[in-house]
Design a protein around this ligand. Structure first.
Ligand code: GLN
Length: 279
């Protein structure tokens, strides 16, 4: 069987399972199987594939047809133009989060800052920041041991060993530091809403990275309280939040001596990030 035929077989199987990106996914899964780029296999699509690889490819297709996110099968996801290793214990980096990263790169450009990323997951936020803010250094704190394994691999892959520490602990146990910027994409989904998420999210992404408790604000509150102790005066707290949480989050911030500096809207015009200054 050749590449062309195999891509078609995979794509048809995924189409039957109502996977919208069935052609692209089939191409990506075959490129993973053959350890060659998608472009390379598409150009040589008359090349024959051995039985072993056909078998391997079909196993990947089976996983995808079961709604497992393509990023977990490929083991990577692109974020801010870098490919990050991901695993079942890390949230898959989202384009919305890039908006927050982009704003913070602008804000801290040419500064020498000390940055904390709370719940670093794959490390996508802090690694993207430090890759662009060359004079800065930081810490990514993450409670899941398995996620920190991915974060450390990513840190090393992008040569940030000297400027980035990944700590496997709760952010509540960070003391003695004072940061210029604390950034976080915390879990913020209301517990009762998790069942309404799409299958690929709710069945595969780590619950601990999504579940924000009864009102979705459990972790946001804790991050705000903690930040008061470990931010420098006039330090910045940058949070990704859920659509429709801005009012409540602003109130918590203001009640805790923060001033709202800015908000960021996502591609659908919902407020999805808040940037606050500690007074
Ligand atoms: N910081 C990581 C990200 O934005 C993980 C966030 C999380 O697990 N809630 O992708």
């Amino acid at each position: 069987m050749n590449i062309f035929e195999l891509i078609n077989i995979g794509s048809e199987l995924l189409k039957d399972k109502k996977i919208p990106s069935h052609v692209l996914d089939s191409e990506l899964l075959l490129s993973k199987t053959l350890k060659k780029s998608r472009e390379e296999i598409l150009i040589n699509n008359d090349q024959n594939i051995n039985e072993n690889n056909v078998f391997k490819f079909k196993r990947y297709v089976k996983r995808r047809s079961n709604n497992e996110p393509i990023a977990y099968i490929l083991g990577e996801k692109e974020f801010w133009s870098k490919k990050f290793k991901v695993n079942r214990y890390t949230l898959i980096p989202r384009p919305e989060t890039e908006l927050l990263v982009s704003k913070m790169i602008d804000k801290f450009k040419d500064k020498k800052s000390f940055i904390l990323d709370i719940g670093t997951g794959s490390g996508c936020i802090i690694i993207s920041l430090l890759s662009n803010l060359k004079q800065s250094h930081g810490i990514g704190v993450e409670i899941s041991k398995q996620a920190t394994i991915a974060a450390k691999i990513n840190r090393d892959k992008f040569g940030l060993q000297g400027r980035l520490k990944i700590l496997n602990k709760s952010f509540k146990n960070i003391f003695f530091y004072k940061f210029d910027l604390i950034i976080s994409n915390p879990p913020y989904i209301k517990r009762k809403d998790i069942k309404n998420l799409s299958d690929d999210i709710k069945r595969f992404e780590p619950r601990i990275a999504l579940d924000g408790g009864n009102d979705g604000l459990d972790l946001i509150r804790k991050v705000i309280y903690k930040s008061k102790n470990i931010l420098k005066i006039k330090g910045t707290l940058a949070l990704e939040i859920g659509n429709e949480q801005i009012k409540k989050v602003s109130k918590i911030l203001i009640d805790n001596n923060f001033r709202i500096e800015n908000v960021i809207k996502d591609y659908k015009n919902n407020i999805r990030c808040v940037i606050a200054i500690y007074n």
